[in-house]
Ligand binder design. Structure first.
Ligand code: CTP
Ligand code: MG
Length: 227
C-alpha cells in the first residue's frame, strides 16, 4: 500500500523586494486590511488538503511577523529564492509531509479554483504540476544593450510560469540540491525538476495571481483583492 499523501505549503518570503523600492519588503505591505504575506497564507489554506504552511523569512524580518498561528511555522530563508524554498521543503520532510506546494509570498490573489486544479493535477504524478498562463503579447528579442528588435519570437506554446507549484517533497529537495541553490537557471521549482529529468504538467493560472513586483502592481492587486 502506498503511503498517505500529506501536503504542506512552502511560502518563500525572505526577499527584499528591490524592484518595489518600498520601505519594508513588499510581502509586509498592507492591502485591503491584511499584509500581502497574510493574504498569500490565507489563499493556500483555502484548500483543506493543505495541512500546514512553512514560511521562509529572513532573520531581520522576524519582528514583522505574528508570533504564532495555528497551521503556520516560520523557518529560516536564504540568500536566493531557491535556498529559501529548500529550507521550507526540508522542514516539511522532517515533519513527514510527502508533498510540497510552493507559493510565492508575493502572489496574494491566488484563486481557490486554481489552487485546487494544481493539487489535482500534480498529486498522483511524480512529474508534479505548476500554474502558468499562456504568453499574451508578441515577443521580441533585442540586440544586447540596444533598444532595437533583432528578431520576433513565436509565442506558440509559450507559457509564463506562476506559483503554486506542487511536487513530491523528496524529489524537489533532490532536484534543488542537484541543480544548486545559487544556479541562476533555477528560477522556479519546475526548472529544478526538469534538471533531473521530470516534465511538470501545466495548469491554467489567472491574471489575478500576479506576482507583486513593481509599485504599480499594488493598484491592480488592491482591485483584485476587493470583495
Ligand atoms: N524570496 C525568498 N528568498 C530570497 C529571495 C526571494 O524567499 N532570497 C521570495 C520573495 O520574498 C518572494 C518570492 O521569493 O515572495 C518571489 O521573488 P521576487 O518576486 O523576486 O521577490 P524579491 O526577490 O523580494 O524581489 P526583487 O527581485 O525585486 O528584489
Ligand atoms: Mg527576486
Amino acid at each position: 500500500m502506498s503511503e498517505p499523501v500529506r501536503i504542506a505549503a512552502v511560502i518563500p518570503a525572505a526577499g527584499y523586494g528591490k524592484r518595489m523600492q518600498s520601505s519594508v519588503p513588499k510581502q509586509f505591505l498592507t492591502v485591503q486590511g491584511r499584509s500581502i504575506l497574510q493574504h498569500s497564507v490565507d489563499a493556500v489554506l483555502q484548500n483543506e488538503a493543505v495541512e500546514h504552511v512553512f514560511i521562509a523569512v529572513s532573520e531581520n524580518a522576524q519582528h514583522q511577523l505574528p508570533l504564532s498561528r495555528p497551521k503556520v511555522s516560520f523557518v529560516a530563508g536564504g540568500d536566493t529564492r531557491a535556498e529559501s524554498v529548500l529550507s521550507g521543503v526540508l522542514h516539511a520532510i522532517t515533519q513527514q509531509y510527502t508533498h510540497v506546494l510552493v507559493h510565492d509570498a508575493a502572489r496574494p490573489g491566488l484563486p481557490a479554483e486554481v489552487l485546487a486544479a494544481v493539487i489535482k493535477a500534480g498529486i498522483h504524478d511524480d512529474n508534479g504540476a505548476i500554474v502558468a498562463v499562456p504568453v499574451r503579447d508578441s515577443l521580441k528579442r533585442s540586440e544586447p544593450d540596444q533598444l532595437i528588435i533583432s528578431t520576433n519570437v513565436a509565442r506558440d506554446n509559450l507559457w509564463q510560469a506562476q506559483t503554486p507549484q506542487l511536487f513530491s517533497a523528496s524529489l524537489l529537495a533532490d532536484a534543488i540540491s542537484e541543480m544548486g541553490t545559487d544556479n541562476p537557471a533555477l528560477t522556479d521549482e519546475a526548472s529544478a525538476m526538469e534538471f533531473i529529468g521530470y516534465h511538470p504538467k501545466l495548469v491554467m493560472g489567472s491574471l489575478k495571481n500576479l506576482k507583486i513586483t513593481h509599485p504599480e502592481d499594488l493598484e491592480l492587486i488592491t482591485a483584485f483583492l476587493k470583495v
